[in-house]
Design a protein around this ligand. Structure first.
Ligand code: LER
Ligand code: MN
Length: 274
């Protein structure tokens, strides 16, 4: 029987409006997540965060969870850096920042999520030229990721939040055309609900290029609180032999602990039998 790997999102500090169920100290939350039945936490942090690598190793060995991904979004939201920045000095600092995440992910034995930190194409910008520049930048990072044995998980995000990589098809074509072999697709049920005509076909389209998967229900509250069919979603992931993490990234309502606990209970109840 296949085993599912579940993660839950965490930041040291996060408002109740953000879709991160857990908040606070990394190590305490790794332990809490493990207690709730998760295999790991996804950590949203700055590239400067100082990890206690020995402690994390000890916790992993003791079955007290691990880290399933480092999320780079704060490089953009707090550091105001992005790979598509118009100012070359800002772009350089963004590349350097992502390389620091890659180094840390390598030491932790995990992967990195690249979403907002890729940036946006300016409203009056030449789309083809910007995509070409992003491809060249990602090629550099793809090489570093390969050397570190780390995957770059490129999140497909709805068009209200970003103006590129809004669908699985668009993102897959970009990765394939540019031979970005260490970059993988990261889908999120919340964004798929807005952008994909058929979310199950989107999963099938990604196939073995699907590297990571976020789950929230249609209102972005915990899976099981709304209309999405998680039995069918997990069955489709099983169909493509997806072996990565299924990570809960949902609004912490009615409260953080209830959201995290109800989410995993629902996902486990939806796992395909046999
Ligand atoms: C991040 O994983 C995400 O899904 C974005 O919508 C930012 O919240
Ligand atoms: Mn997401």
């Amino acid at each position: 029987m296949r085993t599912w790997k579940y993660g839950v999102s965490l930041a040291e500090s996060s408002p109740m409006t953000a879709p991160l169920p857990l908040e606070g100290n990394l190590y305490e939350n790794m332990e809490k997540a493990a207690l709730y039945g998760y295999d790991a936490v996804e950590f949203h942090t700055r590239e400067t965060f100082s990890f206690d690598y020995d402690k994390i190793e000890q916790m992993k060995a003791a079955g007290k969870g691990g880290i399933c991904a480092l999320v780079t979004g704060r490089l953009y939201t707090q550091g105001h850096l992005s790979l598509l920045a118009e100012d070359p000095a800002v772009e350089e600092r963004a590349i350097a920042g992502i390389k620091v995440y890659l180094d840390k992910a390598h030491r932790l034995g995990t992967d990195i999520v690249l979403g907002w930190a890729k940036g946006n194409i300016p409203a009056d910008g030449d789309r083809t030229a910007h995509l070409q520049r992003l491809a060249e930048t990602l090629k550099i990072l793809d090489t570093t990721a390969g050397e570190r044995g780390v995957k770059i998980l490129i999140e497909v995000i709805n068009h209200y939040e970003t103006n590129l990589f809004n669908t699985a098809g668009e993102t897959l074509a970009f990765l394939e055309e540019n031979h970005l072999d260490n970059c993988y697709i990261h889908l999120d049920t919340y964004h798929m609900g807005m952008e994909e005509g058929d979310p199950y076909e989107a999963i099938r389209l990604c196939g073995d290029r699907l590297g990571y998967f976020h789950v929230a229900d249609n209102s972005r509250r915990y899976p099981g609180s709304g209309q999405f069919d998680f039995q069918k979603i997990l069955a489709t992931l099983a169909e493509i032999h997806y072996s990565g993490y299924v990570t809960v990234e949902c609004i912490p309502e009615p409260d953080r602990d209830t959201a995290a606990q109800k989410a995993i209970a629902h996902l486990k109840a939806c796992e395909p039998q046999a």
